[in-house]
Design a binder for this molecule. Structure first.
Ligand code: FES
Length: 106
């Protein structure tokens, strides 16, 4: 189990225990974190699971892959720390990860 914090746009911190191998998006949806729509169900085809990785974590999480980067073009208010949460896999290395939900999707 890996500790994961998803900060909703209103500042509410959702602190979750996430199974390794699951994605940040799956954990957000399962725990009804507002602002993660995930319309495509995790296929990297909708960009409605956009999050900002916390500055302290962005190096560890790393940059998006090429396909994800293309899809991020469709996201709202993209920043250097933007990722699609369905493409971030939970692992021990990310224990304590913090991500932030943007103001809106798309
Ligand atoms: Fe559609 Fe992540 S859920 S791109």
């Amino acid at each position: 189990m890996t500790r994961l914090t998803i900060v909703a746009f209103d500042g509410t911190r959702h602190e979750l225990d996430a199974a390794n191998g699951s994605t940040v998006m799956e954990n957000a949806v399962r725990n009804s974190v507002p602002g993660i729509e995930a319309e495509c169900g995790g296929a990297c085809a909708c960009a409605t699971c956009h999050v900002y990785v916390d500055d302290a974590w962005s190096e560890k999480v790393g940059p998006p892959a090429a396909m994800e980067e293309d899809m991020l073009d469709f996201a709202f208010d993209v920043r250097p720390t933007s990722r699609l949460s369905c493409q971030i896999k939970v692992s021990d290395a990310l224990d304590g990860l913090v991500v932030h939900v943007p103001e809106r999707q798309g």
